[in-house]
Design a protein around this ligand. Structure first.
Ligand code: NDP
Ligand SMILES: CC(C)CCC[C@@H](C)[C@H]1CC[C@H]2C3=C(CC[C@]12C)[C@@]1(C)CCC(=O)[C@@H](C)[C@@H]1CC3
Length: 333
């Protein structure tokens, strides 16, 4: 095993924001060894081929992981541990949103009120979602976005901790994370009529805080980011790509008021890549690092203070830990 060069693992690194982060990291950190942790072999291989074309000497590998399936996460951990003795950056980026429609009534009602900026930055109240339960009896959005990543981090702890080099855990969260959609009595957000994505991203923010309390003294730092609104398969699942292309000029205008209208993945990945160039111990664990792009096209990182509570973070961590133990018993003993 080569211990000298840096290692980055990216979940959902085959498409959208994850793929652009992969590309930008290879440019920013020459010699970086990259691991694309993806659920689909063919799509992962296509991404690897494209990255290898622009970075012919780069060392890129693939690990198959479906974060919505805990058995798959355990298998991926075994593989990652065989490949790397230390991880410098782990991007917990894979994510889904199960949208079935847009509440256009709410959109038109809010458009000409003072709440319109909140609506465009968070999407709060605008999206209709549906629930799905996995074969392991877990809520799918919660498992894909949060719990699968929790298990990954927990099982990889020994490779994240290294006596000499820090490790950065970088989550792709969202400004859509809203406290009023989250409850410690129902962390999976089961049997709710909407807000599954928001609840999962609020959990992400809490979990990141809890991880900092537990791991900072071991040289592991966790931070949350928001890429803003970006055109990817996720947003094409909300409205078709022709619609987004049609309203592209509106995006530029909206940027005067809403600098999170990033549109492309390069703009959206700004905060995620910027974090990899910072000293992790100098960063604020109570901030969300948000990719901004102004009207003139200038990219920058904005820091949003997190409105979350350490006690809630610890309680969520404990619940995730208890849930993980059940799967550990089932699959690992
Ligand atoms: N686009 C946006 O406006 C915003 C996105 N985000 C967040 O950014 C992250 C990346 O999303 P984005 O790039 O937009 O969307 P994409 O759909 O383009 O990318 C999502 C990535 O996650 C992967 N993925 C989805 N489910 C799983 C799973 N169960 N196991 C492993 N990988 C999985 C996808 O794989 P596959 O290609 O196989 O489907 C894909 O690689 C998400 O966490 C999302 O919530 C946050 C704020 C705004
Ligand atoms: C004319 C228009 C621009 C119409 C678009 C209306 C809505 C479909 C969008 C307005 C704000 C958007 C938004 C998201 C999805 C699409 C909108 C609701 C997100 C929730 C997508 C995922 C995220 O994580 C958020 C950061 C986005 C916030 C803004």
């Amino acid at each position: 095993m080569d211990n000298s060069s840096k290692v980055a693992v990216i979940t959902g690194g085959n498409a959208g924001i994850g793929l652009t982060v992969a590309e930008r990291l290879l440019t920013e950190h020459p010699g970086l060894r990259l691991c694309l942790a993806c659920r689909n072999k063919t799509r992962a291989q296509a991404a690897l081929d494209a990255l290898q074309l622009s970075h012919p000497t780069a060392h890129i590998s693939i690990v198959i992981v479906d974060t919505s399936n805990i058995k798959s996460v355990y298998n991926a951990v075994t593989e990652i541990k065989q490949m790397y003795s230390h991880i410098d950056y782990i991007y917990l980026n894979a994510g889904i949103m199960q949208v079935v429609g847009v509440d256009w009534n709410y959109f038109w009602k809010t458009l000409f009120t003072k709440n319109f900026i909140h609506m465009f930055t968070t999407g709060d109240g605008l999206l209709k979602e549906q629930e799905e339960i996995t074969e392991e009896n877990l809520e799918k959005v919660f498992t894909t976005n949060v719990f699968g990543h929790f298990v990954l981090i927990k099982e990889l702890e020994s490779v994240l901790i290294n006596g000499t080099r820090p490790c950065q855990i970088i989550w792709t969260s969202s400004s859509n994370a809203q406290k009023h959609h989250f409850s410690l009595d129902n962390i999976q957000h089961r049997n709710e009529r909407g807000g599954h994505y928001s609840s999962s991203k609020y959990s992400t923010d809490l979990l990141s805080l809890a991880l900092n309390e537990r791991l900072n003294n071991k040289g592991v730092y966790s931070h949350v980011t928001c890429p803003g609104l970006v055109m990817t398969n996720l947003t094409f699942g909300i409205l078709p790509s022709w619609f987004w292309n049609l309203i592209l000029p509106i995006f530029w205008l909206l940027r005067i008021f809403v600098p999170t209208m990033n549109y492309d993945t390069y703009n959206g990945s700004e905060a995620l890549v910027w974090l990899s160039k910072q000293k992790p111990e100098s960063l604020d664990p109570m901030c969300k690092y948000v990719s901004h792009c102004n009207f003139m096209g200038k990219r920058y990182v904005h820091q949003d203070k997190l409105k979350i509570d350490q006690e809630d973070a610890n309680q969520l961590y404990d619940q995730l830990n208890t849930l993980e133990k059940k799967f550990h018993q089932k699959y690992k003993s």
